[in-house]
Design a protein around this ligand. Structure first.
Ligand SMILES: [Zn+2]
Length: 180
């Protein structure tokens, strides 16, 4: 089983590894500790201390905070329990007129605004754009990724996480509290 130096993995992550070397790594057996090295690199690049359990975007991470698992932006802003779609805690800008969509799509590429809207999600902490989705009007925010962290760490990585939590989508529970 190959083992790679963490500096080599860091270059791979940053796209700075020469292509021939990337190909060698791709063709070889998978190194079993790659995930841990990758997370170690990500952890070294944030200013906060909560343990990163899984990155879910270039600037978003699921982290362990005490007994909770929450979504946190690179800037440190927290977006709540990872089992609730983090988009509910983001700032949202909607483009749903031809004029607003013209800034994004050209000519005939532009979708029909009678059907489609573009939703841009921003971090309330740093103002960074976290995600963009083009969806039909009325469609709930797309919950793109709800990972089963306990199964992943226990059965795939062989390193169970402390304090297992129920693996369930809690988004609607949160929405329900808005009407009570
Ligand atoms: Zn942020």
């Amino acid at each position: 089983m190959p083992q790679y130096d963490i500096t080599e993995i860091e270059k791979l992550v940053d796209g700075r590894l020469p292509w021939p070397r990337v190909q060698e790594i791709m063709k070889d057996s998978k190194d079993t500790d790659r995930f841990h090295k990758w997370v170690e690199i990500l952890q070294s690049r944030v200013s906060w201390r909560e343990r990163i359990l899984l990155p879910i975007g270039p600037n978003l991470f699921i982290v362990q905070k005490g007994r909770e698992r929450i979504v946190k932006c690179r800037c440190g802003h927290e977006l709540g329990d990872y089992r609730v779609n983090w988009k509910l805690s983001a700032l949202i800008h909607i483009r749903d007129t031809p004029e607003e969509l013209a800034a994004v799509y050209r000519g005939s590429e532009q979708p029909d605004t009678a059907w489609t809207q573009l939703r841009e999600y921003y971090c309330p902490g740093c103002g960074g754009q976290l995600e963009v989705e083009a969806v039909p009007r009325g469609c709930p925010p797309d919950f793109e990724f709800l990972p089963d962290l306990d199964t992943f760490y226990r059965d795939w990585l062989g390193k169970p996480l402390p304090n297992e939590v129920e693996f369930v989508d809690k988004t609607l529970e949160t929405v329900k509290t808005w009407s009570t």
